[in-house]
Design a protein around this ligand. Structure first.
Ligand code: MEV
Length: 324
């Protein structure tokens, strides 16, 4: 059996504006993860088991555009071998059928990168099981193609941070050019509390709504994107210079700009306010918005106070994570 895992992620700064060429900072969240086991099976075909969503199906019966089916097919086509067929016992690398089991502790549609993490773990474990583990760059590129199904017009930041599992400063490439990905030093570690509204937040819809607003008034929206870009650059400087406390006000400013872009929600705003009242240095939504998760910057001692305040304000869970 071959197993691979991939972490969740949070966007610290720059979501949405990153789709329009501004920088963004994202970090992995290792407390949650997707895990994929691939094993040989006496049963012909490629059997996909995702017990969390009650899926037990053979690859050829997954509809075109199904993200799991597309991720699996992309590996076979990258390796230029056909998937073992369910109709006959064609062999791949001398093996019979395959059983792929997918599990994940990353909440779905919550801004924590569950789709990207499942694809990364799947592409890694399947390619390794077939004897040709794909390099990170290709894992990330294939995951990006699957992300297009989830997101429509993804920037590429989710697949990047989840593949490399390191904090990244990311700028989308123009006109199909590759992105700029910089792994930068975290001079002093800092603590983030993640609060989940429990409301599913399909990134695709929020991204499409922002696009409609941009199409209706490019000047106004590009002013907001540029303001977010300045916040991201200041945040990177604060992190590199060992002044994470400066991130608090920057988070508050970033959240206000995301509110103007209509991607916050009453539930997210309530959690952001609760975190600030409980002593967080700053707070903002994280990811696509409208629901899903928010993040708060806390000083070491106040993490549990803020996490409790978030639960009292309606959060489904509070994950405490250290960056750096
Ligand atoms: C989603 O995690 C982040 C967004 O900026 C979309 C993207 O970058 O693809 C909202």
């Amino acid at each position: 059996m071959t197993t691979a895992t991939a972490p969740g992620k949070i966007i610290l700064f720059g979501e949405h504006a990153v789709v329009y060429g501004q920088p963004a900072i994202a970090v992995p969240v290792t407390q949650v993860q997707a895990k994929v086991d691939v094993d040989d099976s006496p049963r012909p075909g490629v059997w996909v088991h995702a017990p969390d969503v009650n899926l037990h199906e053979e690859l050829s019966r997954l509809a075109p555009g199904h993200p799991l089916g597309e991720a699996i097919r992309s590996v076979f086509s990258a390796l230029r071998v056909p998937p073992p067929s369910s109709a006959d016992r064609k062999e791949v690398n001398g093996k019979g059928g395959l059983a792929i089991t997918i599990t994940s502790t990353i909440p779905v549609a919550s801004g924590l990168g569950s789709g990207a993490a499942v694809s990364v773990a799947l592409i890694r474990s399947l390619s390794a099981h077939l004897g040709h583990p794909l390099p990170d760059e290709q894992v990330s590129a294939l995951t990006y193609e699957v992300e297009k199904i989830h997101h429509g017009t993804p920037s590429g930041i989710d697949n990047t941070v989840v593949t490399y599992a390191k904090p990244v400063y990311f700028v989308r490439g123009r006109d199909g050019e590759p992105p700029t990905i910089e792994v930068f030093p975290i001079a002093r570690p800092f603590t983030i509390v993640i609060g989940d509204t429990g409301l599913p937040a399909p990134t695709k819809e929020a991204v499409a709504d922002v696009r409609r607003l941009w199409e209706a008034d490019r000047t106004r929206m590009e002013r907001l994107f540029a303001a977010i870009g300045s916040i991201v650059r200041a945040a990177r400087q604060a992190i590199e210079e060992g002044h994470p406390e400066r991130l608090g006000p920057l988070m508050d400013e970033n959240h206000a700009l995301l509110q103007e872009m209509t991607v916050s929600s009453p539930e997210l705003d309530r959690l952001v306010e609760a975190a600030r009242r409980a002593g967080a240095l700053g707070a903002k939504l994280s990811g696509g918005g409208r629901g899903g998760n928010m993040i708060a910057l806390v000083e070491g001692g106040s993490a549990s106070r803020v996490a409790n305040a978030l639960r009292e304000a309606g959060a489904q869970r509070g994950i405490v994570t250290t960056v750096g």
